[in-house]
Ligand binder design. Structure first.
Ligand SMILES: C[S@@+](CC[C@H](N)C(=O)[O-])C[C@H]1O[C@@H](n2cnc3c(N)ncnc32)[C@H](O)[C@@H]1O
Length: 209
């Protein structure tokens, strides 16, 4: 495991209860996230393949929302303490410790992959390989929903996220990487900052060709 992944894992291991108390109340999940999740779930259902991974699932509340939206959802996270929390909070659902860079999933088997603010800690030069790994597990016509912090700068910006160093992305640059990975990013939602950090929030919805 790369050093930055070890750091991210240790950092999230140390803030599970605080993170969960801030973000895991499903009723407080932001309306734009709920809207995109609901659209994503409808499109995944339309493929006929309900199997969906919530990668970097954290406390598992969005995995549970995908389950509510009738997907066959499971969660994966780098942080064992997050996985432990998710299992306790949602005992009916499956959560496993795994890196997004090496998913324990067979090729071409998922209808959907959700990455909600979980790619934010990936150094920009590693993002193409990370996206290729998500593409590997998607079935034809499968969908990826990725949410991240956006900037209007020409290049990604590294910033001191409260938990671990993170990157915000120019939306077009992120979309180009999706195209490079073989996906068609056909919908985007960008909205004013939801947090005091001041970055825009971006959600990109893409389909495998
Ligand atoms: C900002 S939190 C988002 C959690 C959840 N998706 C949400 O929206 O509340 C980022 C999560 O991604 C996980 N994560 C970061 N890098 C990862 C990686 N390389 N593989 C798997 N999980 C990772 C972290 O452990 C953490 O739980």
């Amino acid at each position: 495991m790369a050093e930055h992944q070890q750091e991210t894992r240790a950092a999230y291991d140390g803030v599970v209860e605080l993170y969960a108390s801030l973000f895991a109340d499903r009723l407080e999940t932001r309306p734009f996230t709920r809207a995109m999740l609901s659209t994503f779930a409808e499109l995944v259902r339309g493929t006929g393949n309900l199997r969906t991974a919530d990668v970097g699932c954290g406390p598992g509340h969005l995995t549970a929302m995908l389950d509510d939206l009738e997907l066959d959802a499971f969660g994966l996270d780098l942080s064992p303490a997050m996985v432990d929390h998710a299992r306790r909070a949602h005992p009916a659902l499956r959560f496993d410790e795994a890196r997004m860079e090496a998913l324990p999933v067979e090729d071409g088997t998922l209808g959907g992959v959700l990455a909600h603010y979980s790619m934010i800690h990936t150094p920009p030069e590693e993002l193409p390989a990370l996206l290729a790994e998500q593409v590997r597990v998607l079935a034809p016509e499968g969908l990826l929903l990725v949410s991240f912090f956006a900037t209007d700068t020409p290049d990604p910006v590294r910033f001191d996220h409260k938990v671990a160093p993170a990157y915000s992305w120019p939306v077009d640059r992120f979309a180009e990487l999706l195209v490079g990975a073989g996906l068609d990013p056909f919908a985007r939602l960008i909205h004013d900052p939801a947090s005091e950090r001041g970055f825009l929030d971006a959600h990109l919805l893409a389909r495998l060709h």
